[in-house]
Write a protein that binds this ligand. Structure first.
Ligand code: AMP
Length: 407
């Protein structure tokens, strides 16, 4: 799918102040970055803007910032790592106000090719509210041109993602998307709108309710829809099976029936687990020891809980992947945080790693699983945005994409 939006290749940034919204929402442990994927993914756009002589002003959110600005959610560790990656200074504006006098002074002192990183945008409460006009304007005041490269945040119409573009346009500036946004949308868009067939979509994770629209939309687009994880049990129950204490959303039984009927009518394959790994209870702690056995999907005892797909199901799903030319995967097949219950997720990840098909991993847990298992370089594309890629797969327009100027 060609993205008909202005990109960093279509704008002239020489000598101009360019505000770039990145997704630097990296995981931190004791102040250390534990996964730098999102920083690495932002480098091509940043390097391009430096090379073109822009004054590169970066901004991002980090974490949820529930209790106001705090050092634990400062972007300071990102500034340090980014500086190492770029091989040049990144001037970090640590001021909790994000914009204002301190940021303006730092921007005024910039030369072409310099890089400034603003503080966590969520330190300003207005970032996430509907009345973020003032913050949007203050951000836009710092720049001449705006680039959105924060795919992981592009499903939210926040001040630094969407609001700011209106203020940039109002003063005659351009709004473009970065290389990461382009890449994400090319991969996800092509898979959904123009897939090389057979197209197999694999959905897992805890709840059906979180993925209603994804299931519905993908069923129309794909040839085979595979369901695993906790959400499979609502489908099995909807088929009249005993699922014991497994995760079930009783309010969604009719929805599951509707989806199974829809698959039939459209002539699509909808694969559900034929066996499952069960235990007496959910592991506590989640990665603690647990006794399990594998039973057929229609033989789950009333007092047991299904926590992973079984071995026959893993083979069935791997076979479906083998025959595919395009595969999109979102959500684990079981409680993969526990090694004993990660076998189904590992089997699916392995089957994707071994195929020549185009393989696309929606972000979140499946991306984490693929990374942990060391299969990352075997995938065609691993999305940096869990929520954003899910909304894209639902067929929704992403505010961060819509806000960019058309070509
Ligand atoms: P989601 O955030 O919806 O992608 O769901 C991911 C979570 O689903 C992970 O934390 C898994 O542990 C959990 N999960 C996967 N399969 C099951 C299951 N059979 N029962 C309960 N939780 C599950």
């Amino acid at each position: 799918m060609a993205l008909n939006k202005k990109s960093v290749d279509d704008i002239n940034v020489s000598g101009k102040r360019v505000l770039v919204r990145c997704d630097f929402n990296v995981p931190l442990k004791n102040g250390e970055i534990t996964d730098e994927t999102r920083i690495v993914a932002a480098l091509p756009t940043i390097n391009k803007l430096i090379k073109d002589g822009g004054k590169v002003i970066l901004c991002s959110h980090l974490g949820k910032v529930k209790n106001g600005p705090n050092e634990g959610e400062s972007l300071a560790p990102v500034a340090k790592r980014l500086s190492e990656k770029l091989g040049k200074d990144v001037n970090f504006v640590s001021d909790y106000n994000v914009t204002g006098d301190v940021a303006t002074a730092a921007v005024n002192a910039m030369k072409e090719g310099d890089v400034v990183l603003l503080q966590n945008t969520r330190f300003r409460g207005q970032e996430e509210t509907k009345n973020g006009e003032q913050f949007s304007k203050e951000l836009a005041d710092l720049a001449d041109v705006y680039v959105c490269d924060a795919f992981g945040s592009s499903h939210r119409a926040h001040a630094s993602v969407a609001g700011v573009t209106k203020c940039i346009s109002a003063k005659g500036g351009e709004n473009a998307v970065g290389y990461l946004m382009q890449k994400e949308i090319d991969f996800l868009g092509n898979a959904v709108e123009n897939p090389v067939r057979p197209f197999v979509a694999i959905l897992g994770g805890a709840k059906v309710a979180d993925k209603l629209n994804v299931i519905n939309n993908l069923l129309e687009k794909c040839d085979t829809l595979i369901i695993g994880g906790g959400m499979a049990f609502t489908f099995l129950k909807a088929k009249g099976m005993e699922v014991g204490n497994s995760l079930v959303d009783n309010e969604k039984l009719d929805y599951c029936k509707e989806m199974m009927d829809k698959a039939d009518k459209l002539g699509k394959k909808l694969l559900l687990p034929v066996d499952t790994t069960i235990a007496d209870h959910f592991p506590d702690p989640i990665d603690g020891p647990i006794d399990v056995e594998v039973v057929d999907a229609d033989k789950i005892p009333a007092d047991k809980e299904g926590l992973d797909i079984g071995t026959k199901t893993a083979e069935l799903y791997a076979d479906a992947v083998k025959s595919a030319k395009t595969v999109v995967w979102n959500g684990p097949m079981g409680v993969f945080e526990n090694p004993i219950l990660a076998k189904g997720t590992i089997a699916v990840a392995k089957s994707l790693a071994e195929t020549d098909a185009t393989t696309i991993i929606g972000g979140g847990d499946s991306a984490a699983a693929v990374n942990q298992l060391g299969f990352a370089d075997k995938m065609s594309h691993i999305s940096t945005g869990g929520g954003a890629s899910l909304e894209f797969l639902e067929g929704k327009e992403l505010p961060g994409v819509v806000a960019a100027d058309d070509k």
